[in-house]
Write a protein that binds this ligand. Structure first.
Ligand SMILES: [Zn+2]
Length: 376
């Protein structure tokens, strides 16, 4: 248990285990990798294992230290998060426990305006590093999203990174480690975290009771998460997983109302969703075509595993009428749309153009099939 609960990060966990096993746990680590793949969770589990009364890098889950770690109240684990400049300390503490209770950090919490100030580094790290541990023997400081430190904060942390007291571990996490000053990075042992497989994401989502996700929800959310359980949770909470159903309706052409309805839909996507969500919607469309491609290329009777498994019939019938050239055209179109959104083009124009193109290609495929059958 403990560190082994972190799924899909075997390399990171084994680096930590072997360092501990040989008595060479570094005093400063940088856990780096994409958003939502378990960096903070691994940091918390490492702290818990270090504090547990059991020998070795284990946690029993029963001893007082483990109970305190579970409740995020172990006095020798110090959590530092970016916060909006104006936040009060009490509110900050509440937000930290709230995000841990939910299992994943709230996106708002890492809002782009949030920072780790020099005052925070001074009071939460520099001063506390100098004190003896309350329960001991270890003291762990977790600086989450360390790239949000102001340059003054980063400079202040440098000295601590250079000369930390014994049995003190500082763990910096970052999904944008290139934004960290080189002086900070060079003083930390780097531990890489990678995206998970879709199956692993699903397992994380259904395995964590705090998330309350059933298999169908987890499947939908993991299809769009690009290997990040955190992103999957975010997608699910933002209603993006529900978009999957909507996308399927568009793709199988089952929406009534013709062109007018497509334009309405394009406007809905353009005005109701944020730019990140719009990108994800386009990803969902690409995944639909991926499924169609997979089916058309599988010669066997058994259909390979589909992302849109609940729409197998519709996927099959599209694979039936679409030619490779149709699919290529649509995939290119969606890909271009993705880049257009990135370049801040008008989402309304982008989505209208994509949806109309899809309707045209569908219609062409159906007509072609009709005329082929007519000739026979
Ligand atoms: Zn324990």
């Amino acid at each position: 248990m403990g560190l082994d609960r972190i799924r899909g990060q075997e390399q990171a966990i084994s680096l930590l285990r072997s360092a501990f096993g040989s008595g060479r746990l570094a005093h400063a680590y940088l856990f780096r990798g994409p958003y939502g793949v378990g960096k903070e969770m691994a940091a918390l589990e490492l702290a818990k294992s270090l504090h547990c009364e059991t020998e070795g890098l284990q946690d029993c889950g029963q001893c007082p230290a483990c109970k305190m770690s579970d409740g995020l109240s172990h006095p020798d684990t110090h959590l530092i998060f970016p916060t909006p400049r104006t936040i009060k300390p009490v509110e900050r503490a509440e937000r930290v426990s709230e995000s841990v209770r939910k299992g994943f950090r709230d996106e708002d919490f890492g809002r782009k305006t949030a920072i780790i100030s020099v005052e925070t580094i001074l009071t939460e790290v520099v001063v506390k590093v100098g004190r003896r541990p309350y329960i001991g023997p270890w003291k762990v400081f977790i600086i989450s999203d360390a790239d949000r430190m102001t340059s003054e904060a980063a400079n202040t942390l440098l000295k601590t990174l250079e000369e930390p007291p014994a049995q003190t571990v500082l763990i910096l996490t970052s999904s944008r480690s290139s934004a960290l000053p080189a002086t900070v990075v060079s003083r930390c042992q780097k531990i890489p975290f990678s995206p998970l497989s879709r199956v692993e994401v699903e397992a994380v989502l259904t395995g964590d009771a705090r998330l309350g996700m059933d298999a169908a929800k987890a499947r939908a959310a993991s299809a769009i998460a690009m290997g990040s359980p955190g992103a999957a949770v975010r997608a699910s909470q933002s209603g993006l997983a529900a978009e999957l159903k909507n996308i399927a309706a568009i793709m199988k052409g089952s929406r009534a109302g013709g062109v007018r309805s497509l334009i309405d839909e394009a406007n809905r996507l353009a005005y109701r969703l944020g730019r990140d969500e719009q990108q994800k919607v386009l990803d969902l469309m690409l995944l639909w075509f991926r499924d169609v491609l997979v089916v058309s290329e599988s010669r066997s009777a058994t259909v390979p595993e589909l992302l849109y498994s609940s729409y197998e019939d519709q996927i099959k019938s599209q694979a039936d009428i679409m030619e490779l050239a149709d699919l290529e055209q649509l995939i290119t179109k969606v890909d271009e749309a993705r880049r257009a959104i990135e370049r801040y083009s008008s989402p309304s124009i982008v989505f209208t153009s994509v949806l109309l193109d899809m309707a045209v290609v569908r219609k062409r495929a159906i007509t072609r099939r009709g005329s082929q059958h007519g000739v026979q």
